[in-house]
Design a protein around this ligand. Structure first.
Ligand SMILES: O=C(O)CCC(=O)C(=O)O
Length: 358
């Protein structure tokens, strides 16, 4: 098998690489050191008591593993508050008491048989780019990256794009690609995680359309007969490091030491076209609009015509209407204007009469 170590760069080296070649991180992943140490959250969020006091009341799900991406994999899950989850993180031996009557998928016996820690990867911290929480994560990316996240209407409301991940050794995020064509960043505040990545052009070797993604730690040569042709990129992230994962790169992450990380998605000039063309946000937006005929009508969509229409098409039409209305505002900030023009230009145009995809 071909192996490559994910290169580790300091901020200066990252800036030089990205200035020379803004598409560089879609061609190869990298780990950048240093810049997150300037975040107010960097030290504040290393303290579990602080996290308990700040986010403890939020409801979430914890799962083992984080989710599944292969039909042969199984999952157990509990409904939890973040406070209860932090109790589990501090006292994993008390899991049976902490999660008595909380099992959603599986139960305590299947959790024990599974042999993986519960992993809370569903905590939703923000729903808008204007959330003051972003002040704690500033600068969100190192120079010269310029995120367009805040210019994309409903970016943080249609999907979660920011995760606080507290995990025990052994916690698993299986191999997957992210929705919406985003660039993913995983910033490490405490402990160690190990990442394994595959390039988009290697996906046919590590994803079988009928079975799902391969387990890079135990490849199945029957399900993934050409897996040895893929290049496996690996790297560990420790406090102060951020892993950059380009659009459509498959990634698998295991926790090696008790860990706290912040993971978030970025859209910039290098992937806004792929974000715009993605069906993921469009489906969620379309379903939302279809449930609200008054909103559809306000956006110039005929609620009657939407009944049998593919939600992706509804979402795209609705977003085009939102973007056109915003671009018609004379006072619109020029950075928002430029980003929204690119977004609008990248949304595929389809007739509204097409019915739901089979
Ligand atoms: O850190 C992890 O466990 C998973 C992070 C991840 O998969 C992501 O940010 O897309």
């Amino acid at each position: 098998m071909n192996e490559r170590a994910i290169p580790v760069l300091d901020e200066r080296e990252f800036k030089a690489m990205m200035t020379r070649d803004p598409e560089a991180l879609h061609r190869q992943p990298c780990i950048v050191t240093g810049y997150i140490e300037r975040w107010p959250a960097y030290s504040e969020w290393q303290c579990l008591d602080h996290l308990r006091a700040t986010f403890g009341a939020l409801a979430a799900f914890a799962k083992a593993p984080n989710f599944v991406t292969n039909i042969r994999a199984s999952l157990v899950s509990v409904e939890t508050t973040f406070e209860q989850y932090l109790d589990y993180i501090e006292h994993p031996e008390r899991v049976e008491q902490i999660y008595r009557d909380c099992w959603l998928e599986g139960d305590y016996a299947s959790f024990k048989a599974q042999g993986l820690p519960l992993y809370c990867g569903t905590l939703r911290l923000v729903r808008a780019a204007t959330d003051p929480l972003f002040d704690l994560l500033s600068p969100l990316v190192p120079e010269p990256m310029q995120p367009l996240n805040a210019s994309l209407p409903y970016y943080y409301s249609l999907f979660n794009h920011l995760w606080l991940l507290v995990s025990l050794p052994g916690s698993l995020t299986p191999l997957h690609t992210d929705n919406n064509g985003t660039i993913a960043l995983v910033s490490q505040l405490a402990g160690r995680k190990r990442a394994t990545l595959y390039a988009p052009h290697d996906l046919p070797h590590v994803r079988n359309p009928t079975v799902g993604f391969m387990d890079p730690l135990a490849p199945d040569p029957v399900d993934h007969p050409t897996y040895q042709q893929a290049v496996r990129w690996t790297g560990d992230i420790t406090p102060g490091m951020t892993l950059f994962i380009g659009t459509q790169w498959a990634h698998h992450v295991t926790t090696i030491e008790p860990s706290i990380s912040v993971s978030f998605d970025v859209v910039d000039a290098t992937n806004i076209d792929r974000y715009a063309a993605s069906k993921d946000w469009a489906r969620v937006f379309g379903e939302r609009v279809a449930r609200q005929p008054a909103v559809a009508a306000k956006l110039g969509l005929d609620p009657e015509a939407l009944v049998a229409c593919d939600p992706v098409i509804i979402g795209r039409r609705a977003m085009q209407a939102v973007l056109r209305a915003s671009l018609a505002e004379p006072g619109l900030d020029s950075a928002h204007r430029q980003a929204r023009q690119r977004y609008l230009a990248g949304i595929p145009v389809e007739p509204v009469s097409r019915t739901v995809d089979a």
